[in-house]
Design a protein around this ligand. Structure first.
Ligand SMILES: Cc1cc2nc3c(=O)[nH]c(=O)nc-3n(C[C@H](O)[C@H](O)[C@H](O)COP(=O)(O)OP(=O)(O)OC[C@H]3O[C@@H](n4cnc5c(N)ncnc54)[C@H](O)[C@@H]3O)c2cc1C
Length: 421
């Protein structure tokens, strides 16, 4: 076993072992489902050299390593009884000439705030504590995505520590295959990302959209939403959640059109009253949606490339085995104007994403009903251990190239987990 004291002394960051002060707080990921997983060590890295030293230590100790940035992974891939390599100490953010350089440990809330100070932003997700690294490596869907694409579509470069311990920079010219693979295949596959560089966009002033619909209107609204939301102008993203028992729907979203144009477009979707709040800087609009995090519950999901049949939708809404939430996210727009093989994110022809959230048996039943009309494709950031053919569902036609890149950069599968490439 390598010398732990010498390893600790070599670090800018710190090492936490069971029983040491701070261990209980740092070992737990955000997702409560994995709170009982107790790592042998948590290494809080504060520099790229710390990351390389941790990779070397894990090799010498023969330990499994789980990489953790925001700690939100639904499948527990950032937890292990071996070594958690925690990147939260690498969270510096700088902006130079509209390029943001962001440490892999930064959370979305920090990212939005730092970019706002420069009048810039990124199309990225809603959860304030979600890690920019995990989000980007698996894609990154959010309220500006129909206008500006996935978060990974704005990635222009990254620094990584490979399984060999080598530190590399990749972009369109340097290690281009690795750069391609980082954009949407999912985290933890090719190396430890320590820094991400993004082409930011101007921070828009946005219109916040919210509406609530009672049981009587839900089925018609879901039907209309499926036909309308994925084809709406790029500047308008309206998502839909359905809560069952009692059945009710919430529309929420953002527009970067003016208030009058937004209202006019919304009138094509519904005649029901919609609450519209104009004039919000985008980061402020994001804050108003922060309450929707629900870590720890079972989630299954699937993309849909066509509208669900009336029978499937009726069966889905009539399913009364238990309370659950159905979350519909509009795709289309800029997400789909990128070729399927241009980045590792293969799902460029989908109309919407549907998540089923709740207790396990109800989610299984709900997912199975909707699956009749689903495209069989699954968002890599929503990993699902129950899939029959996970590699095809996550990566579709990009799987072969990803497998070649995995073999080139991590031939001994140092970075490994169930469903890894
Ligand atoms: C409450 C909540 C809200 C969410 N909202 C959105 C949303 O709005 N849009 C959206 O697209 N997704 C959303 N997601 C899904 C989210 O994108 C994924 O859970 C994502 O993987 C989280 O990244 P993380 O860094 O927080 O998690 P982690 O658990 O730290 O990491 C996720 C995966 O990436 C790997 N990884 C982490 N850091 C690195 C690194 N530095 N280098 C290489 N691999 C690494 C991990 O090992 C793991 O496999 C949400 C999830 C939750 C729980």
């Amino acid at each position: 076993m390598p010398d732990l004291a010498a390893f600790r002394a070599s670090l800018d960051g710190d090492v936490f072992t069971p029983g040491s002060p701070g261990y209980e707080a740092i070992r737990r990921p955000i997702n409560v489902a994995y709170w009982d997983v107790r790592p042998r060590l948590v290494v809080r890295c504060c520099s790229v050299d710390d990351v390389a030293a941790t990779v070397a230590y894990a090799h010498a100790a023969g330990d499994r390593v789980a990489l953790r940035s925001g700690g939100h992974c639904f499948a527990g891939r950032s937890s292990t009884d071996g070594i958690v390599l925690d990147l939260s100490g690498l969270d510096r953010i700088s902006v130079d000439d509209h390029i943001a350089t962001i440490g892999a440990g930064a959370r979305l809330k920090q990212v939005y705030a730092a970019l706002h100070a420069r009048g810039r932003t990124l199309p990225a997700g809603c959860g304030p504590t979600v890690g920019i690294a995990g989000l980007t490596l698996g894609g990154g869907i959010g309220l500006l995505g129909r206008k500006y694409g996935l978060t990974c579509d704005r990635l222009v470069g990254a620094q990584l520590v490979l399984a060999s311990g080598t530190i590399v920079d990749c972009d369109a010219d340097r290690e281009p295959d690795l750069f391609w693979a980082l954009r949407g295949a999912g985290g933890g596959q090719f190396g430890v990302v320590t820094e991400l560089r993004f082409a930011t966009v101007p921070e828009p002033v946005a219109v916040r959209i919210e509406a609530h619909v009672g049981e009587a209107g839900v089925q018609d609204l879901v039907k209309a939403w499926q036909d309308w939301a994925p084809d709406a102008p790029d500047e308008l993203t309206v998502n839909l959640t359905i809560d069952t028992e009692p059945l009710r729907a919430t529309l929420f979203g953002a527009s970067i059109l003016d208030e009058a144009a937004t209202r006019e477009l919304l009138s094509e979707l519904t005649e029901l009253p919609v609450e519209v709040r104009a004039g919000l800087p985008y980061h402020q609009l994001k804050q108003t949606f922060e309450g929707i995090e629900q870590p720890g519950r079972r989630i299954r999901s699937e993309f849909f490339s066509r509208t669900m049949s009336g029978d499937t939708l009726a069966a889905l809404l009539a399913e009364t085995t238990g309370p659950r939430q159905l979350a519909f996210t509009a795709m289309g727009g800029a997400y789909n104007r990128v070729a399927e093989d241009a980045t590792a994110f293969a799902h460029r022809n989908e109309r919407f994403l549907l998540e089923h959230v709740g207790a396990a048996p109800w989610v299984e039943r709900s997912w199975a009903i909707a699956h009749a009309d689903g495209s069989g494709r699954v968002y890599p950031n929503f990993p699902d251990l129950a899939l029959d053919d996970a590699p095809a569902a996550y990566h579709a036609g990009n799987l072969r190239r990803l497998a070649e890149i995995k073999a080139a950069y991590d031939p001994h599968r140092f970075f490994d987990f169930p469903q890894a490439i």
